[in-house]
Design a protein around this ligand. Structure first.
Ligand code: C5P
Length: 218
């Protein structure tokens, strides 16, 4: 029997991570945070201080970096044996991730790493191209979005809760730049898959969105 996959795509800060984790927990399924793979690559590239426009070098890092995911209550990510979880949420990392994510060769290298998460008894996969490219035959697909203002507020609160500095106006501007880059790139742009359920979470509680997604899967 084919292992079922639920894909949740959408722009940053739409609540995909929180919703995906909650649904995965309820279903007892595995969880793929594909953004953290691109973010880990961004960290690897930044740590090596290499030229981000040198595609071959970036591809080489994507091929050789060793990533480990520990999916407990909180996701722990290790890059080449070092815990980088606390570095992942920064917008500079998200922004660099979206630059390297636009390289088709990088996406080709990271494709299999993501597909390997399709393990029994099922998978909730969150990202930009989960329903369109990585798991086109997914059992169910969701496109989760919210206004840029609302997403900025959520991102700001997440950073503040973790004890980081955050400036709302700057974050909204950064989110809009990143959204545009993700939507306008030639390879695997962020877009709603034809058969995905569209949910705008601007005025919905997380609980309501989780309920709607669970109804879809069950
Ligand atoms: O979801 P998150 O904000 O962590 O993603 C960081 C960046 O990684 C995105 O802005 C996007 O450019 C890239 N990404 C992607 N495809 C995915 C997941 C993330 O291109 N499936």
């Amino acid at each position: 029997m084919k292992i079922p996959v639920l894909t949740i795509d959408g722009p940053s800060g739409a609540g995909k991570g929180t919703v995906s984790r909650a649904v995965a927990k309820k279903m007892g399924w595995n969880y793929l945070d594909s953004g953290s793979i691109y973010r880990s690559l961004a960290i690897a590239v930044m740590k090596k201080k290499c030229d981000i426009t040198d595609v071959d070098t970036v591809v080489n890092i994507a091929e050789t970096m060793k990533l480990e995911f520990e999916c407990g209550d909180e996701l722990v990510v290790k890059l080449d044996g070092k815990d980088i979880t606390s570095e992942l949420p920064f917008e500079t990392i998200g922004n660099t991730a979206s630059i390297v994510a636009a390289y088709p060769k990088v996406r080709a290298v990271l494709l299999q790493k993501q597909q390997d998460f399709q393990q029994e008894p099922g998978l909730v996969a969150d990202g930009r191209d989960m329903g369109t490219i990585v798991f086109p035959n997914a059992l169910k697909k969701v496109y989760l979005t919210a206004s840029a203002e609302e997403r900025g507020k959520r991102r700001c609160n997440q950073l503040l809760e973790k004890g980081n500095d955050a400036n709302l106006a700057e974050i909204i501007k950064e989110i809009e730049v990143r959204d545009r880059r993700d939507q306008e790139r030639a390879t695997a742009p962020l877009k709603k898959s034809d058969n995905a359920l569209y949910i705008d979470s601007s005025d919905l509680s997380i609980e309501k969105v989780v309920e709607e997604v669970l109804n879809l899967v069950r």
